[in-house]
Design a protein around this ligand. Structure first.
Ligand SMILES: Nc1nc2c(ncn2[C@@H]2O[C@H](COP(=O)(O)OP(=O)(O)OP(=O)(O)O)[C@@H](O)[C@H]2O)c(=O)[nH]1
Ligand SMILES: [Mg+2]
Length: 215
């Protein structure tokens, strides 16, 4: 079965996007298939509200496994199943916790096999970093975790070789996101870049069109 994989740095909004995109697709209850890096798989059922409420603010690497939602893509008179897979956030350098390193390796391995890659970046963090605005966050240095870095540049370079790749500039509802989007367009002039807000649900129609076309 084909997979649409959402990847990116920690805290850019991958999980919230999956939850709200599933809602947009008409899913009322989430049935996650969780694939842990140690090979164990499990099912988790929850309401959309419960899933969103479980997301902490500014905690990097909240997601530590592949977690997939089954979508139905209309194809003629029938539907074609497609996994929408949320992943562990990536980072530059080496994470001190082995479990997170393994989960990040799992993300990268799965990326090489995925039919569709949605590479998410935090446009607001990019804009904030460019403006020199440091927003202190509780618990974690969100700025350092979510702005554009070499890792994004490498993912974007890989994306140029993949027809199923699309870059998503997230958090467009926040004040510095427009500046961030402008900068991102300069960083990756050859890529198709879709501005979205995982929180507000904007840009979802374009993402759906891309996913449906290639599913
Ligand atoms: N304002 C705003 N906040 C967002 C948006 N998307 C995500 N967030 C917030 O950003 C934080 C991180 O979101 P997550 O969905 O957990 O990010 P993630 O990329 O899955 O993070 P990891 O699992 O740690 O890699 C949460 O507090 C979300 O509520 C958005 O579009 N706008
Ligand atoms: Mg997550």
């Amino acid at each position: 079965m084909k997979r649409s994989l959402i990847i990116g740095r920690a805290n850019v909004g991958k999980t919230l996007f999956c939850i709200n995109f599933a809602r947009y697709m008409g899913i009322r209850e989430l049935r996650w298939l969780v694939e842990r890096a140690d090979g164990v798989t499990e099912q988790r059922r929850m309401s959309l509200a419960q899933a969103a409420a479980e997301l902490p603010d500014a905690v990097a690497h909240h997601t530590r496994a592949l977690q997939s939602i089954l979508l139905e893509v209309p194809r003629g008179k029938s539907n074609r199943p497609l996994w929408l897979t949320d992943t562990t956030g990536l980072m530059d350098g080496i994470h001190p916790e082995p479990a997170i390193r393994e989960a990040m390796a799992q993300t990268l391995k799965t990326m090489l096999e995925a039919h569709l890659i949605l590479h998410m970046v935090d446009a607001d963090a990019v804009g904030r970093a460019a403006a020199g605005v440091h927003t202190p966050e509780p618990g974690a240095d969100m700025g350092a975790h979510s702005a554009w870095t070499d890792l994004d540049a490498q993912l974007a370079a890989y994306g140029l070789t993949q027809t199923g790749y699309l870059m998503l500039a997230n958090k467009m509802d926040l004040p510095h996101a427009k500046d961030g989007l402008r900068l991102l367009r300069k960083h990756v002039p050859k890529h198709r870049l879709v501005p979205v807000s995982a929180l507000a649900g904007t840009g979802f129609r374009e993402v759906k069109q891309h996913v449906w076309r290639l599913a």
